[in-house]
Design a protein around this ligand. Sequence first.
Ligand SMILES: [Zn+2]
Length: 301
Amino acid sequence: MILKERTESVQYRILESLNFRKILSSSEKTQFENQVKGFNGEKQFDNELKRACIDGLVINDLLLKASDTYYQIDSLLITTDRIYLYEIKNYSGTFHFRDGNLYSESGHIIQSHSAQADRKKAYLHNLLLKYGNQKTISTYVVYINPDFYIYSLPKMDSVIFSGQLANHFKDIKNNAPFLSESSFKMADKLVSLHDDCYRPSNLPEYEFTQLKKGILCPDCFSFDFTASRQFRICSNCGCREKTSEAILRSVEEYRLLFPEKQITKHLIYLWCGSVWSVSRIQDVLSSNFHTHYSGRSSYYS
Ligand SMILES: [Zn+2]
């Protein structure tokens, strides 16, 4: 049972929006590509886990805080007798294992993924101790891409390659007892501790004036459209969306990019490409947000 579905992270969604609204620098582009690649790998893992039909509770993208450190757990599977913590990597190509380090073909040392997973295990263990957890936590690094190989890797039970994942889940399924009530309680507690508002510190810098204005198609990200009275129809892929919903979606994108900025009808009018009338924008804002009056102007939250 999935208690928390996987969604694109704040970083992913911001980079995705910027990718269509400004020219990303090459390092920003790489950052975005890595986000997309990572997310796709995690979705593949999810599909494999779903197929296994394990009697367990699944929490995806769990973001927790230990004193001043945030840590994200890609996937957590809770069964009655154990907690499985998965660090999912979508690397491709060939790597070499030498003197305890992982080297890329170009000779760079890749930070140890197992150490990364073990650090998260330690944080999680200490957190759950507070709630009386008795379950053992097992960590695994999953290399989800079939086109990935590590030469000279000694046998490590905590490393799972894509071809081994189905059997790994099968073993868990065959040995997992029925889910206990306490497992649900603990899983619910963890989901309640998830931090939804976290914004990483390595986001690109951008300003409102730098970004291309207009509403992006939700399917193909094109700005081009034709409009009927009620609908916005994408000229590129034909996606049809109620205009009020398209405006609201753009307001959400604006809030994601500019969480500190006030939402005013004039700014949203500009943000949506100065195409829909201010009164139409105002209708959408007043029916979905609280209106605050300040002097002669108003803003929304
Ligand atoms: Zn489209």
